[in-house]
Ligand binder design. Structure first.
Ligand code: HEM
Length: 233
């Protein structure tokens, strides 16, 4: 655990520690805030992410309805077709921005219409944060704010040897990019369906990818790229 003094935040970065914190909502409460930025916390008060059981269970069952596996199966052909269309168009151009033109396309168009949830949040990833509370004599007293670094946990060499190497044979089925426990992502099946449709079409149509330029997204809650300009052959 590292104390980030400027924000008075305790960052937890090892895989085992992040996973254990996600399983222990009594100590690591999400009820008061989950973002680093106080303004975001104020704006998003009351959403399912910023709550402790039993609320998330109720909210999740409502929110989860359109994302049920049987509904997902019905969406599959339309997602597959739209993925094929956008990949063919971009590959035909030979050069495009993966972040804005490829990754955002399905969530912004077909999926938000079909699921009726809006785009959800795209490219969520490495930093989930929650106020940390500690138990003492049967009541919980807020102690500190803690940030769970999902991106770091997923690259913890204690858990995944040589973690930054692209290893296509790796089977990281217990990775934490979709969270874990009470607040695990309810859109993960949809997200996986979209990603595998896009990657499947790219694998069929492209033999070589060249990165021309990229720019990381500056955001204290999400890890991702703002731009990724590539050329394909
Ligand atoms: C690659 C795409 C996605 C990633 C990496 C991702 C990641 C995550 C993560 C890490 C969390 C947990 C946050 C926490 O622990 O505090 C989460 C929660 C959530 N995600 Fe996603 N997500 C993705 C796509 C989606 C999609 C497509 C939807 C909906 C259509 C969605 C809906 C939600 C909701 C509603 C929650 C809150 C669940 C709760 O608080 O109980 N996500 N997501």
């Amino acid at each position: 655990m590292v104390h980030l003094t400027r924000h008075d935040l305790y960052a937890i970065s090892r895989y085992d520690d992040v996973r254990a914190a996600l399983m222990d909502w009594q100590t690591f409460s999400s009820a008061r805030s989950v973002f680093v930025d106080p303004q975001m916390n104020a704006q998003l008060e009351g959403i399912t992410l910023c709550s402790d059981p039993p609320e998330p269970t109720m909210l999740r069952s409502v929110l989860g309805q359109p994302l049920r596996p049987d509904r997902m199966r019905k969406l599959a052909p339309r997602i597959e077709a739209e993925a094929g269309r956008v990949v063919a168009e971009l590959v035909g151009r030979g050069r495009f921005d993966v972040a804005t033109e490829l990754a955002e396309h399905l969530p912004m168009t077909v999926v938000s219409d079909l699921v009726g949830l809006g785009a959800g949040h795209r490219d969520r990833s490495s930093l989930g944060s929650s106020p940390t509370t500690t138990r003492s004599a049967g009541y919980r007293c807020p102690l500190a704010r803690g940030a769970l670094l999902y991106g770091a946990a997923n690259r913890d060499p204690r858990k995944y040897p040589d973690p930054t190497r692209f290893d296509i044979a790796r089977r990281p089925s217990d990775q934490l990019a979709f969270g874990h426990g009470e607040h695990a992502c309810i859109g993960m099946n949809l997200a996986r369906m979209e990603m595998s449709a896009l990657l499947g079409h790219l694998a069929d149509q492209v033999s070589r990818f060249e990165v021309i330029a990229f720019r990381p997204l500056i955001n204290n809650g999400l890890r991702g790229l703002e731009h990724l300009d590539i050329r394909v052959r």
